[in-house]
Design a protein around this ligand. Structure first.
Ligand code: ADP
Ligand code: MG
Length: 469
């Protein structure tokens, strides 16, 4: 028995790993132990009540899917929560998973047709495939997304009748494309309940299409999609080189567009850079409005952190919010990963979230965020090289030898990390980004004219590279 539950859980973990970001997997799934398997009931042990609640709220569908795939349709999950760390004899707390499969179709018009979403046993057959937590209230507005957000809102009010058809949203990973299009879909459903809104990822569309070809059901596949009033199709860059799928999409697109139906698409790049897509399809994409999402600026990151924590019912001090907004400046998904780790750390160690905990958490995950060495390591290495203390680099002093070392450390922070100028300045005693620009310039100038400086930089490069390699 003992062996069984462990191997079943290992199977599940393999499936789960493919479906959640690495960060979340490490935080939420690795600490779980399987404790018993009785019939098709698997009992897992989680470290705290909070863990249990978080998993139920965020990962219950993924857990259910992986369990069903591993043990079969009748799979059930029970939790055993460790109430007090170390106390093994705590009485288990058991909860059954909701049965998702009772969630049948409400929309009769759709039910009569073959529904490709039912072809995948792993999918829950819900109507719109929309996630209700992605809505406009939770989507923080900033300069980075103003155009996309307001165009999306206009489309949500009058789908198919604005000139924003198709609406094409593009931007890098984790900048909020998927969230925004779900928000549009949810808004339409809330105001116009008779509209059939459908969200589908391009990968799923491609797979459904391939399956329909294999099963001789291409016509049904097409008919299903022609019923849709608002078609949201995510990450169309994956259509590249899939010629047959593109052809099918082209027909569906034209038909829907001509009948005044709304089409919303996302992509990780603008239409002009979508190589591998047919010209006629690309020119269709340009009919409506193309809006891009940019990286959020500091203030928007502050607002996002604030909102996310509030939504989780957690209050964190302003200096922590500020620290995180400065430090994590790549994209919103990464920011969320850090917040989740922070919450987990605070819960597991039973500690209030404060600046120190935030810094510790960042240290643990900093390797994921920075591609190479971190600012901290650079400061230590440079300080040691110049026989100074790391704190000297952050202090106010303008002594010449300290100024030089500080400039060199800033220079390497710019070269070797992904931090913005603003963030680098922040890590050097809260200096301005223009100070960093000046430092980088000064070091570059001195390398050009002064052998002594050039040698110092070369030496330091070697020391810093040790960590890289
Ligand atoms: P993309 O599809 O562009 O890769 P997502 O839409 O999946 O990005 O966004 C990644 C995460 O960041 C999601 O959890 C999303 O809720 C969050 N997010 C992105 N932009 C915002 C925003 N403006 N306000 C609040 N949350 C955001
Ligand atoms: Mg996405």
């Amino acid at each position: 028995m003992q062996i069984d539950c462990v191997s079943v859980w290992e199977q599940c973990l393999k499936l789960i790993k493919n479906k959640v970001p690495d960060q979340s997997f490490t935080t939420w799934f690795q600490p779980i132990n399987a404790v018993k398997l009785e019939g098709s009931v698997l009992t897992i042990q989680v470290p705290s009540q909070f863990f249990y609640e978080w998993i139920e709220e965020h990962y219950v569908h993924i857990l259910k899917e992986s369990l069903v795939a591993t043990i079969g349709e009748r799979a059930k999950l029970e939790y055993s929560v460790i109430v007090d760390q170390g106390a093994k004899n705590s009485s288990p707390y058991t909860v059954n998973l909701p049965n998702l499969n009772t969630n049948s179709h409400k929309n009769d018009r759709v039910k009569r047709l073959l529904n490709p979403f039912e072809l995948d046993a792993m999918d829950q057959p819900t109507d719109s495939q929309l996630n209700s937590i992605y809505n406009f209230e939770t989507y923080v507005e900033g300069d980075c997304n103003r155009l996309g957000r307001s165009a999306g809102f206009a489309v949500a009010k009058k789908p198919g009748t604005t000139s924003f058809n198709p609406l094409f949203i593009y931007g890098g990973v984790g900048l909020g494309k998927t969230h925004l299009v779900h928000a549009i879909g949810n808004e339409i459903k809330a105001n116009l309940s008779d509209k059939f809104v459908l969200y589908v990822s391009s990968e799923k569309f491609i797979n459904q299409f391939i399956k329909s070809v294999q099963n001789n059901e291409v016509q049904s596949f097409q008919n299903f999609y022609l019923q849709v009033d608002v078609l949201i199709i995510d990450d169309v860059q994956f259509f590249a080189k899939k010629e047959k799928t593109q052809e099918m999409f082209f027909h569906i697109f034209n038909h829907l567009h001509q009948s005044g139906k709304q089409i919303i698409m996302t992509s990780d790049r603008p239409p002009k850079d979508l190589s591998g897509l047919e010209e006629r399809l690309l020119s269709r994409f340009k009919w409506g409005l193309t809006a891009d999402l940019q990286q959020p600026d500091f203030e928007t990151r502050m607002a996002i952190i604030h909102n996310k924590m509030e939504a989780e019912g957690i209050i964190i001090p302003d200096d922590v919010i500020e620290y995180l907004a400065y430090t994590v400046d790549t994209n919103v998904r990464e920011l969320e990963g850090v917040l989740i780790s922070l919450i987990a750390h605070s819960s597991l160690n039973k500690r209030e979230i404060d600046l120190e905990l935030a810094k510790q958490t960042m240290k643990n995950i900093v390797h994921d965020i920075e591609t190479e060495v971190g600012i901290d390591f650079i400061q230590k290495t440079v300080a040691e090289y110049y026989h100074l203390k790391q704190d000297d680099l952050k202090a106010k002093t303008r002594k010449k030898e300290i100024v030089i070392a500080r400039q060199v450390a800033m220079y390497f922070s710019k070269e070797y990390t992904n931090h913005s100028l603003k963030s680098i300045g922040y890590h050097f005693g809260g200096r301005d980004h223009s100070t960093v620009i000046h430092a980088v310039q000064a070091v570059n100038d001195s390398i050009d004219v002064d052998t002594h400086s050039r040698n110092a930089i070369d030496d330091l490069k070697k020391k810093l590279k040790v960590k890289n390699g």
